[in-house]
Every structure is written in structure tokens, then in C-alpha cells.
Design a protein around this ligand. Structure first.
Ligand code: XMP
Length: 536
């Protein structure tokens, strides 16, 4: 079917963008415009799970910005506004002239109905949560689905009649029109949320839209991501030399491996061991990258330098600053030795891009509070091979590249390392050693219990206090170790993990039995909020 090329207005014979030279390689993409809905990011993730690349853009970027992506389809998300509210986002008509199918969800549907002449009204009762849905006409969008099903609703206004030329497909108790479509204009709409798990046929709605309506190939997989990124990296870097700071975390590891796959020994990785890592962690990074993958790696043993900077420092922020500043100094010294390096690899993720304004082309450097955060004035061009990926996709790419499970599934670990887990006191070599041993026992037991991947983070804290105990008829005055284990989706909120009592008992007795300096174990049962995950 001929399509209008959204960038030129010219008729283009094939909807497949693979042959268009300006198109970003062969990836097909569906754009999700975010109208402020709490599930907007989830829509993009669900589309990706169905094997189609999806980008989330703030709605105000406009049709021209959407057109630049040459998407195969467009989704208008839900949002908190009412089409009757002052300042509510209105539908930009140009979005319907891009020549691609459009699916409106929740507010997206109401906006479509309202602006195309349908009847939207403020209903007496909204619908929130699980709701019965009756499909009266499957149309294309709901093809093959049962007449009676449940769905997840979250709305007050409702569509009472669809725009002229559209067919109503379904209804619910408070939504006379819970879905409609206009096949000729390729406009589709549903009031409910297909992206949440409480809508059993939700993923089927999205699959139908992507595959049957937009004609997407659904071939966006870890191996196609790897192939595409390799091509992009080669294109960007040419014969240039590239530096990558390796931390042992999954992001920098996967980014480094991708770049190495693409350009081989034009890449040099720099691993700064600040002496604040967990037990054997430095060796594992070196072993994996240098020995196993053959990546040129400069490993700097900088423990003495960092410990010297941390001497006498107890304040948490002062510790972070001291470690951050020293990290930059060491990294710069090493990077300068790499002749002719123009490029720096950063493990920026798609969630960082979205958080900082939505991927409208502005380059964002992941700075956060990360020790790996390098200053803006470093004279490097950035290579960001993970910029389009969510964390779980980075893990899948890591596995595809053969990264060991231990690195692929590593729990997040703060850049300043164990130093910010020695609380209220100085991070000395002796204290770090005690904490490292306790942490190793905890990790070992948690892995053996098969709980490591279920936990967002599990670690030990060493407060600067001594407690009285009795061991072997003798009075002891030793260290307290606190066990902290949390579950979380994104570290913004967290719940303390209900570890089995038997496991806790085993961990506690091993720590006290195997570490002479430790005589008491406590468990942190604080959620976030009000607590934070780390203690400092
Ligand atoms: P909080 O303690 O704020 O931690 O609940 C949220 C997440 O951030 C990690 N974290 C850090 N990461 N440098 C880092 O790179 C830091 O200074 C830092 N402080 C906290 C923490 O481990 C958790 O995953």
C-alpha cells in the first residue's frame, strides 16, 4: 500500500524503511507519545517485549519530531487531563497525517474522539481498576477476542459515541464506547489499559496493532540489537580510538563488550580498582574482560591513593566527593596515556534519557551521583550504545554477548563502594576488610538460597559502634553488622525483603563464627521511604 513519506510528503512505494538511506538502519519503530500517563513507559516496554523497538516521546515534541523517526505506528498514551480541562493537551492534527496507524489509549482515545467529532462526556462515575468489558464487534483491533472479558480502567470522562465513520467495538458499565476504530483512516482507540497485566487480552491488542495493523516485523531481538549497535558504533567511530571506564556493573560491562565487538582493539578499557569493591570483584572483572574476552584493559590498583584520601573522613558527602574527585584524577591520568583517544564510552540507559527530557535529540551525559560520572569538560565524543535500551534489555544483550551470569545479573552497587557502608566513621583498611568478609558471607548464602536475582540489593552495613558480647565464656567488645536486603523496581521506592528466618540464622552464625571482629548481627526492616536503600 503506498504511504506518504512523512518527511517529504512524497508518495513512497514501500512502507519498509530498510532501503531509505537516511533511516536509522533497519530498525522498525513505533512511537509512543506521552500525555502524562503513569503507564506510558510501560506501553513502550510492552511493545519492545513484542519484538518492536519503541520510543517514548513527550507529547509536546510535535508531529515533525515524530515524523523524523519514520515510525511504523503511533500510540497516544493516557494521561491525567480531561479534554474539557483548561490547558489540557489537544490533539495535533498533523499527527493523523503522517500516513501511519494511530492507537489512542485512555486519554489518547478521548482526545481522538473529541477532536474528530465524537461525543465525550464527563461521566457520573469513573471506572478504576478491574472492569468487565463486552466486545460487540471485534473489528480489526479486537479480532479473535472473546465477547466477554475483563480489562483495567482508570478514567472519569467517557466516550458516548465514536466519531463519524468509526465503529464502536466494545463497552463497559461506565463507558458506552470502550473501543472504536476507523479502518479507512487507520485510527484505533481503546479506553482501557492494554499495557497492564490486569488486562488479560492487553498484549493481544498491542500485538494486533503492531503486526496486523502497522505491519511490523517483530524482529527486534537481542541479536538484532547487537548487530545494529555494532554497525552504528563502527559508523560513529571509524578508525578512532576509544576509552571506556569499566566498573564491573552490568551497564559499563555490556557497553564495553558491544564496543569491543564492533571495533576490537581500537577500544581500551580502564578499570580503576579503588579498593572499595566487594570480595574478589576486581579480579572477576579483570578475568572476564582481559582473560576471557581479550579486551585491552588497563587495571589500576589505586587502593592506597583512595585510602589516603579517605583518612579522617566520616561525613557521607565528604566521602563521596573525595572518592569522586580521586576517581576522575586516576581516570584522566590513564586516559591521557592512550594516544589519540577521541571517544569515550558511556553506559547511558534509555531510562536516563527519558528522565532527562525524553530523547528529543539532546545528548545527556549520565552524571547522577555516580563515581563513574566524568566531568563535562573532558574532550571526548560520547559513544552510548545502550542509549535506546532499558535495563532488562541491557541484561539480555549482555547474555547474548556471552557475559558471565555473575556480571549480567549483578545487583546495583554504588560507585563509592563499601566506603558509604561504613557508617558514621572513617573507611579504614581494617573496617573495609571486616565489611568485605561479612558481605561475602551474605552474598554466598543469598545466592545458595536462590534469592540473589529476586532482590534488588542485598548488602551489609558496618556502623561505627562496638557492642558487648560473650563468646566461649569470654567477654567480647566487637563490631555490629547490619543486614540490608530490599526488593524494588527502580530504587525510587523499596521494601525490606522478608528473608527466611533460617537463612538469617545461618548468615548470622557464619558471620560471627568466621569473622573474629564481629559479635552482633542486626536486620534493617526499613522501607524506602522513609529510609533510603543505603545508610549514607
Ligand atoms: P538510596 O540510598 O538513595 O539509593 O536509596 C538508591 C540507589 O542508588 C545507589 N546509590 C549510589 N550509587 N553512587 C552511586 O553510584 C552513590 O553515591 C550512591 N548512593 C546510593 C544505591 O545503591 C541504590 O541502588
Amino acid at each position: 500500500m503506498p504511504l506518504t513519506d512523512p518527511t517529504s510528503g512524497a508518495v513512497q512505494e514501500t512502507p519498509d524503511r530498510a532501503g531509505i538511506s537516511s533511516a536509522p538502519l533497519a530498525t522498525e519503530e513505533v512511537v509512543v507519545l506521552d500525555y502524562g500517563g503513569q503507564y506510558a513507559q510501560l506501553i513502550a516496554r510492552r511493545i519492545r517485549e513484542l519484538g518492536v523497538c519503541s520510543e517514548l516521546l513527550p507529547h509536546h515534541v510535535g508531529a515533525a519530531e515524530v515524523a523524523k523517526r519514520k515510525p511504523k505506528g503511533l500510540i497516544l498514551s493516557g494521561g491525567p487531563a480531561s479534554v474539557f480541562g483548561e490547558g489540557a493537551p489537544v490533539l495535533e492534527k498533523e499527527l493523523l497525517e503522517l500516513g501511519i496507524p494511530v492507537l489512542g489509549i485512555c486519554y489518547g482515545m478521548q482526545m481522538l474522539a473529541h477532536s474528530l467529532g465524537g461525543d465525550v462526556q464527563a461521566a457520573d462515575h469513573g471506572e478504576f481498576g478491574r472492569t468487565d468489558l463486552t466486545v460487540s464487534d471485534n473489528g480489526v483491533l479486537l479480532a479473535g477476542q472473546p465477547a466477554e472479558q475483563t480489562c483495567w480502567m482508570s478514567h472519569r470522562d467517557a466516550v458516548f459515541s465514536p466519531p463519524a465513520g468509526s465503529r464502536a467495538l466494545a463497552s463497559s458499565p461506565a463507558s458506552p464506547v470502550a473501543a472504536f476504530e476507523d479502518e479507512a483512516r487507520r485510527i484505533y482507540a481503546i479506553q482501557y489499559h492494554p499495557e497492564v497485566v490486569h488486562t488479560p487480552f492487553g498484549q493481544e491488542v498491542l500485538r494486533t496493532f503492531l503486526e496486523d495493523i502497522c505491519g511490523c516485523r517483530r524482529d527486534w531481538t537481542p541479536s538484532s540489537i547487537v548487530a545494529e549497535q555494532i554497525e552504528r558504533i563502527r559508523e560513529q567511530v571509524g578508525t578512532g580510538r576509544v576509552v571506556c571506564g569499566l566498573s564491573g556493573g552490568v551497564d559499563s560491562s555490556v557497553a564495553a563488550l558491544l564496543v569491543h565487538r564492533a571495533i576490537g582493539d581500537q577500544l581500551t578499557c580502564v578499570f580503576v580498582d579503588h579498593g572499595l569493591m566487594r570480595k574478589n570483584e576486581g579480579e572477576q572483572v579483570i578475568e572476564a574482560f582481559r582473560d576471557h574476552f581479550g579486551v585491552p584493559l588497563v587495571a589500576v590498583d589505586a587502593e592506597e591513593r583512595f585510602l589516603a584520601k579517605l583518612a579522617g573522613v566520616s561525613d557521607p558527602e565528604a566521602k563521596r566527593k573525595a572518592i569522586g574527585a580521586e576517581f576522575i584524577r586516576v581516570f584522566e591520568e590513564e586516559a591521557e596515556k592512550i594516544q589519540g583517544a577521541d571517544f569515550l564510552v558511556q553506559g547511558t540507559l534509555y531510562s536516563d534519557v527519558i528522565e532527562s527530557g525524553g530523547g528529543t535529540g539532546t545528548s545527556t551525559i549520565k552524571s547522577h551521583h555516580n563515581v563513574g560520572g566524568l566531568p563535562d569538560d573532558m574532550q571526548f565524543q560520547l559513544v552510548e550504545p545502550l542509549r535506546t535500551l532499558f535495563k532488562d534489555e541491557v541484561r539480555a544483550v549482555g547474555a547474548e554477548l556471552g557475559l558471565p551470569d555473575r556480571l549480567v545479573w549483578r545487583q546495583p552497587f554504588p560507585g563509592p563502594g563499601l566506603a558509604i557502608r561504613i557508617v558514621g566513621g572513617e573507611a579504614t583498611r581494617e573496617r573495609l576488610e571486616v565489611l568485605r568478609e561479612a558481605d561475602a558471607i551474605l552474598q554466598d548464602e543469598i545466592r545458595q538460597a536462590g534469592l540473589y536475582r529476586e532482590l534488588w540489593q542485598s548488602f551489609c552495613v558496618l556502623p561505627d559502634v562496638q557492642t558487648v558480647g560473650v563468646q566461649g565464656d569470654e567477654r567480647t567488645y566487637g563490631n555490629l553488622i547490619v543486614i540490608r536486603a530490599v526488593t524494588s523496581e527502580d530504587a525510587m521506592t523499596a521494601d525490606w525483603a522478608r528473608l527466611p528466618y533460617d537463612l538469617l540464622e545461618k548468615i548470622a552464625s557464619r558471620m560471627i563464627g568466621e569473622i573474629p571482629q564481629v559479635n552482633r548481627i542486626a536486620l534493617d526492616i526499613t522501607s524506602k521511604p522513609p529510609g533510603t536503600i543505603e545508610w549514607e
